[in-house]
Design a protein around this ligand. Structure first.
Ligand code: UGA
Length: 431
């Protein structure tokens, strides 16, 4: 099968290399020539475990992946074209900006000359895939294409594994022909007994937003429970553990912390609610989740400020929005560090992969090349992201270089008693 993928961002590239792993021939398209040059030389433009190896394998050895900056001459050989461009939040609004999707639809319309499936994989509000169909059918005979919605459920940091061993694959189609092609595409996963959920286009589009919004709801919920735990002296980790054993609740996404961040949840809860509003449906729970998560940054920052002397130096560990990625989009760490900087603190930061992106977000922060260097002379340590390398820090060594022994373990990766024994004033989340 020959596949074309438009957009070499996170979703597009992971999808591309993983389909190449299945043995399909993949052409990745992107207008950004700098990015394309980097990719052609086998370098992934972002940090994702396993990507460099797979890119190298499929560019240089299997030669199943290649790159181009235009769809021209690429659709005549393609069975399926995936739209994987970004759908960021529109500035000052909550809804998704679909301008890149519309541009790709126009470009597809100009270049289709034989039957091809057009698949939206970008996270798009319900109704978008039908709009894509309208745009293409303005220029192209409807017999020459079908549209499909096929949302992704990839987590940054474990995206390759999520693609190759997914919990489910969702395909939203409007006829048997396109459903059969999509099922054939995902045959390698079907053979591994992955559930393939076949739905209408609208249902598929909703599944994506409902899934992300539900996971965000779980996080916002446990974070509010954490606030109560702190006040009454309960332990949110034990609460979450006991709740999660109940199979109806499930243990995943019940880790309390500084709130959800990243390029998906914050944007998707807003867009879900905004789409519903346009249809005169009020998603009260989702609105509350958004509000609760936004207020969390202030709550956590206030807690830190009230426990650390004004104008002192703080060591901030972990800047990416989660571990195993260099992505700092909507990172709670950057937001909290920036708030503390505004209040007059000096921030000494370290992250294993995200320093370059963090510098672009806030150049007022100071950056160091190890956790220990960032601790030097600080009056407190904040662990903002639970990278593995922060899980077993040498606190005997750290004790000697800190000015004051205060730690904010925002992700609850340490046992409070262990650090208290070493003379630390310990603040976790919800305990
Ligand atoms: C999320 C979804 O998990 C994917 O299924 C989806 O495909 C993706 O969005 C997307 O729409 O593209 P991702 O944003 O990469 O993936 O990361 P998550 O692991 O879901 O974490 C999101 C945020 O929630 C992070 O800030 C994380 O620290 C936070 N989180 C997660 C918690 O605070 N507690 C938890 O228990 C879990």
């Amino acid at each position: 099968m020959n596949l074309t993928i438009v957009g070499t961002g996170y979703v597009g590239l992971v999808t591309g290399v993983c389909f190449a792993e299945f043995g399909y021939s993949v052409k990745c398209i992107d207008k950004d020539s700098k990015r394309l040059e980097k990719l052609k030389s086998g370098k992934c433009p972002f940090y994702e475990p396993g990507m460099d190896e797979l890119l190298d394998k499929h560019i240089n050895k299997t030669k199943l992946i290649s790159f181009d900056y235009t769809l021209q001459n690429n659709l005549n050989n393609s069975d399926i074209v995936f739209i994987t461009v970004g759908t960021p939040t529109r500035r000052l609004e909550d809804e998704a900006d679909l301008s890149f999707v519309w541009q790709v639809a126009e470009e597809i319309a100009e270049n289709i000359n034989k039957y091809c499936l057009v698949v939206t994989k970008s996270t798009v509000p319900v109704g978008t895939t039908r709009e894509v169909k309208k745009i293409i059918s303005n220029k192209v005979d409807e017999k020459l294409f079908d549209v499909v919605s096929n949302p992704e459920f990839l987590r940054e940091g474990s995206a390759i594994d999520d693609f190759i061993r997914p919990d489910r694959v969702v395909i939203g189609t409007e006829n048997k022909k396109s459903e059969t092609i999509m099922k054939n595409l995902y045959r390698p996963l079907f053979l591994k007994e992955t559930p393939i959920v076949s739905t209408s286009i609208e249902t598929s589009e909703i599944i994506k937003y409902a899934s992300n919004s539900f996971l965000a709801t779980k996080i916002a919920f446990i974070n509010e429970v954490a606030d109560l735990c702190e006040v009454v002296g309960a332990d949110v980790q034990q609460v979450a553990h006991a709740m999660g054993i109940d199979k109806r609740i499930g243990s995943k996404f019940l880790n309390a912390g500084p709130g959800f961040g990243g390029s998906c949840f914050p944007k998707d809860v807003k867009a879900f609610s905004s789409t519903a509003k346009k249809k005169n449906v009020e998603l009260l729970i989702i609105n509350a989740v958004n509000k609760s998560n936004q207020e969390r940054i202030k709550k956590i920052s206030d807690k830190i400020i009230s426990n650390i002397k004004k104008n002192s130096t703080i060591c901030f560990l972990g800047l990416s929005f989660k571990p195993n990625t260099d992505d700092v989009r909507d990172s709670t760490s950057i937001k909290i560090a920036s708030k503390l900087f505004e209040k007059g603190y000096k921030l000494q930061c370290y992250d294993p992969e995200a320093m370059k992106n963090a510098k672009n977000e806030n150049s007022n922060l100071f950056f160091f090349s190890s956790a220990y260097e960032a601790c030097e002379g600080a009056s407190a340590i904040i662990i903002g992201t639970e990278w593995n390398e922060f899980r077993a820090l040498n606190f005997n060594k750290i004790s000697k270089i800190l000015k004051e022994k205060i730690i904010f373990d925002l992700r609850n990766i340490y046992i409070p008693e262990d650090l208290k024994k070493l003379g630390f004033e310990y603040y976790g989340t919800g305990k």
